[in-house]
Each structure stands twice: as C-alpha cells, then as structure tokens.
Design a binder for this molecule. Structure first.
Ligand SMILES: Cc1ncc(C[n+]2csc(CCOP(=O)(O)OP(=O)(O)O)c2C)c(N)n1
Length: 371
C-alpha cells in the first residue's frame, strides 16, 4: 500500500469520530464511554483551549515571557492524558499543557515557569508529570530510563512472590523531534529492553518553520516497525480515537508487551511560540483546511446530534470557562517575584560546597545595596 507521509490518506488512520461528528467503530479500538464521560471530554477540551488562549493573551500583554500554544492539539492531549492511570509517569516536551491539566497540575504552575518566577516548575512525583523539556527529544531518553526502572522494580517485587501492578511511562514529542538522535536512541533501548513505555508523537506538521517533508520520507508511525515495536497513526483531532489508542498502548506496556509508538496526526493552529510568525512560512489555505477538522467542533456536533448534551450544558461549560479564565488572569498578575536567592535552590539533591560559597558571595553582594 502506498502511504502519503504528509497527508492522512492512509487506510490505517484510526478514527472514531469524524470531523462532521459522526461516530465510527474500529475493531481494534472498542471504546465504551458513558454519556457523562463524553460530556466531560468536551468540557476538558473547551477549558484547555480557553486557558491556552488566555495564556497567549497574557504573553501579548507582557505578563509572560513566551508561550507555546496548544491550539489545535487539544484532542491529542486530552485523549491521551485521560487514558493515563494515576501511577503512570509522563515525560512532556513544552507544549503539553492539556496533558498537565489531566494530571491535575494547576495551570498557574505552568504560567510561573513562563513568567520566570519559578526556576523549574513543580514536583514531578506529585503529579506523575515530569518537568517541561526544552531540549528537543531528550525527555524520550529520560522516559526510557524511567520505564526500565519500572521494569526492574516489577522484577524485584515478583522475586518476593508478590504481583507487581504494572505502571507505564508515556513520552510526548513532536514530528521535528523524530529527527533527533536522542529519540532514535530511546527507540532502540525501549525496544531491546521491552520497556513499558508509550511514545506519543504529536505530528503537528511543523517543526517551527520546517515542514514534515523535511523530517521524513515515510509516515512517522511506520518508523516503529524498523525498531521492532508497533506503531499506529491516529487522527490527532479525534479525542475518542486518541483515548482508545493510548489506552491500548498503555495496557500493552503494563502487561509486558513492550513499547509502542503513537503518531497523532494533528495540526498546530497557532504560532510555534508567541515569538514566531507562521505567516512567513506557511500558506493560509493549509490553516483553513485544518480548521474544518477542529477537535472541539466535532465533539460538540456529536453531543448535539445525539442529544447527549443540550444548550443548557454548553452554556454551563461556557460560564465555567469564562470564570476559569478570569481567575487565571488574576492569579497570574498576583504572582510574587521569587527572592533572588531562590536560584540556588533545587540545583543539587544534596548540599554542595561550591554552590554554598557562591550563594554566600551573592548574598554579600545583595546586602551591599541600600534601598
Ligand atoms: C536539541 C534542540 N535543537 C534545537 C532546538 C530549537 N527548537 C526548539 S522547538 C524546535 C522545533 C520542534 O518541533 P517539533 O519537535 O515538531 O515540536 P513542536 O514544537 O512542533 O510541538 C526546535 C528545532 C531545541 N530546543 N533543542
């Protein structure tokens, strides 16, 4: 079968909800959600879009240094994020605000990072969500190492005659990251050691100004085969398909079947970050074509058409979202600046003599100012 790497003209694309809001079944990915769960997925999508847009606006007003928007990628993030179990560990890039939301990480904690009032961000263990990673692809290696650790813990538990409850790791990265050595190295290690890991590539078609055709000659999900594990391409604008496909991959990881690669075929609707101008390198007709595949509109169409939600529900979500946005803005503007000495915290796990000397010297320097 000939497959076009750059359009989703592929019979293997997993889709459970069409852009028109029509529900499809897929033999490998059965999904039975309650009416309530379907409505909650819609709510998640709408909330993260609104908080993301507000974060862009805060950046435009000079309140944040930079913002990588998730606009267009809500379904990939909410679908995969809602598939996770409490004990799983996520290794994100820097755009996974929707996944962070699913992990219970307060949005404000992400803003602290981009406002520069917090030097790292959050406690990864508390949320099962690692710190954001700016170095493209490096977190896939961390995820592989972590997954191998899960595996070794499970062996140790089994040796004691107890049954391990398998956790899994999930690594997010973009299409551009697949060109990095780190990602390819992590594929080798995860495959050879059969690590309980899911690689989740959000193929949003662009690595800043570099289009997908400069990253690959074949569909990205097909790469997995060469490393010896399964790969699947899912409609990344279909929250149901992303949920079902990620659930299955996590189940595989937990039951000892090893890693998988998910390529969520989606589109970055906004700029790469707020410092970028996509009109310099991409055509508006491309954007217009993807608008027709909007991840939220199709869920709304499905809920309305099937009578699973009525106007009152949509209004209630809108009101909740409006309130969340106002709260976020106020909380962001009220964030205190950290004391200058905070830069020395959390650098090493244990006290470090050189750092202590530097901190003492810095404090002497600060004390030299008379305000
Ligand atoms: C190792 C490394 N090289 C280059 C960069 C600069 N850089 C930042 S984002 C980016 C593009 C990443 O594209 P992709 O992986 O598709 O993710 P997206 O931002 O589209 O979600 C690049 C090259 C970097 N951060 N790290």
């Amino acid at each position: 079968m000939t497959v076009d790497a750059h359009t989703a003209r592929d019979a293997e694309l997993v889709q459970l909800l069409t852009p028109e809001g029509e529900r499809l079944e897929h033999p490998d990915y059965p999904l039975n959600l309650s009416d309530q769960q379907l409505r909650e997925l819609y709510r998640d999508l709408v909330i993260v879009r609104a908080l993301d847009l507000e974060s862009v606006a805060l950046t435009r007003r000079g309140e944040l240094g930079l913002w990588p928007s998730l606009l267009g990628q809500e379904a990939a993030q909410i679908g995969s994020g809602r598939a996770l179990g409490a004990a799983d560990m996520v290794f994100p890039t820097y755009r996974e605000h929707g996944v962070a939301y699913c992990r219970g990480l307060p949005w404000l904690d992400i803003l602290k990072l981009f406002r520069g009032v917090n030097h790292a961000g959050w406690d990864p263990k508390e949320f099962g969500f690692h710190l954001y990673t700016i170095v493209i692809g490096s977190q896939t290696l961390h995820a592989t190492g972590y997954a191998m650790g899960i595996q070794r813990d499970a062996h140790a538990i089994a040796e004691k005659g107890e049954t391990a409850i398998g956790d899994a790791a999930l690594a997010y990265f973009g299409d551009g990251a697949t060109s990095q050595g780190d990602v390819n190295e992590s594929f080798v290690w995860a495959a050879v050691y059969n690590a309980p890991l899911v690689f989740f590539c959000q193929n949003n078609q662009w690595a800043i100004s570099e289009p997908l055709e400069r990253q690959t000659r074949i569909p990205l999900y097909r790469r997995a085969q060469g490393f010896g594990f399964p790969g699947v391409r899912v409609d990344g604008n279909d929250v149901l398909a992303c949920l079902a496909v990620t659930r299955r991959a996590l189940d595989r990881a937990r039951t000892g079947e090893g890693p998988s690669l998910i390529e969520a075929f989606t589109y970055r609707m906004g700029a790469h970050t707020t410092t970028d101008d996509p009109t310099r390198y991409r055509h508006s007709d491309e954007l217009e074509a993807w608008k027709l595949k909007d991840p939220i509109a199709r869920v709304k169409a499905y809920l309305s058409r099937t009578g699973l939600a009525n106007a009152a529900f949509f209004e209630e979500v809108e009101a909740q979202v409006a309130e969340a946005v106002v709260e976020l803005r106020a909380a962001c503007l009220a964030l205190p600046d950290p004391p200058p000495q905070a830069i020395f915290q959390h650098v090493y796990a244990a006290p470090h003599r050189l750092l202590e000397e530097e901190q003492a010297a810095y404090e002497t320097y600060l004390a030299g100012f008379h305000d």
